[in-house]
Design a protein around this ligand. Sequence first.
Ligand code: SAM
Length: 291
Amino acid sequence: MADLGTPKNTIALIQKYQFAFQKKFGQNFLIDPHVLDKIIRAAQIEEDDVVLEIGPGIGTMTQYLAESARQVIAVEIDGNLIPILQETLGSYPNVQVIHEDILNVDLRALVQEYNQGRPIKVVANLPYYITTPIIMGLFEKHVPMASITVMVQKEVAERMQAKPGNKDYGALSLAVQYYAAPYLVANVPPNCFMPRPSVGSAVIRLTCYVKPPVSVKDEALMFRLIRASFNQRRKTLQNGLTNAPELPFTKEEIGDALKAVGLPPSVRGETLTLEQFGALADYFVHQKIND
Ligand code: SAM
């Protein structure tokens, strides 16, 4: 395998194509073979797998993926990288490069086309400016996936795996943990990238659930409650939910709901588990049906 993941080989390639890094696309290329190995091992790619890579850059990790998977689909937004990818990936018949913004790709259609709708694996060194929309888009659009193994900003990895009561616990923790089991693979320092990012990074694997660990009658309502309670972190849950413009409930109704699910009136949202948010949402659905 040609090893693009070294400073020397990356510099040679970007000089040959006079490629200029674009900050607006979050371009920090991996130049450390140990980190690349770690990501590939954590992703547990098998020979029959179809892998989606978001933002292949110059194709460094794509080559590793192509060696292990049946098919790799790599979606890259930057047109200046396409000729480079033609050179670095040209000899891999199992790689399809798509020049597009990942947020505009119909990923369910792609999974249908390349894997007959069966779960794929997502692997990426993500552009940090759109980490949350990418991850939440994958989950909320119900793209069939077995796992997501990604490099993200260290703080984001911490938020994804935080538990109730932890300072990093929030709407992202609950959303990720509703769809997947997070596992922190490794912390990665800035010197493993070119150019160096100004923040620390981490690799996290999200193993997707076939069925969410909590069953709720109205998923959208539960996430509205979650978002509203963390939008007003300092307030008690009762006040936070009463003030939320996206929720129609009165202070009294919220008080009754908290009581019904066994929570004290002074409780704060940051201490609630996914199960408790689910129970709260189910209480309101039940109330509406009985009204
Ligand atoms: N995978 C390469 C590596 O590890 O060296 C590059 C990773 S770099 C952090 C992020 C990549 O995502 C860049 O190639 C960037 O151009 C691409 N990118 C940024 N925004 C994107 C978007 N909306 N859709 C697809 N690719 C995007």
